[in-house]
Ligand binder design. Sequence first.
Ligand SMILES: [Zn+2]
Length: 128
Amino acid sequence: MGSELHQEPIWCTLWSDGSLKQIQLVLKMGRNNKPKGFKRNDDDGEPMDVIRLRDGIKKTVIKNDIEFFVQTTSGNNAEESKKWICPFCSLSFGVGISHVVAWESAYGPEKRRHFHNACWSKFQGRLF
Ligand SMILES: [Zn+2]
């Protein structure tokens, strides 16, 4: 009984704190810290998926009676050396610039062009 009593004060303190759940969580987290490499892999994987999902939102936009499929992208998924030329202003830009990818729905995504966000909103008319 003596050894049982030895454990009780810990839980009594937690209860009287009114934060039993919080402290249990902290203890669990402490345990999870052990396989840290595994947890880190999860963290690395998740944001990538979120970015991909966000990039993957495809809209249909009609400009000048031409239907375009439009995707916004952070540009972070491409290789570092990747450069695009905006067909509206003819300036090139690189990875990490949030921009718009658009192609005529009559064509496929292989005909896609990369626009600056502002240029895409100004763009009217035929691309290809
Ligand atoms: Zn542009």
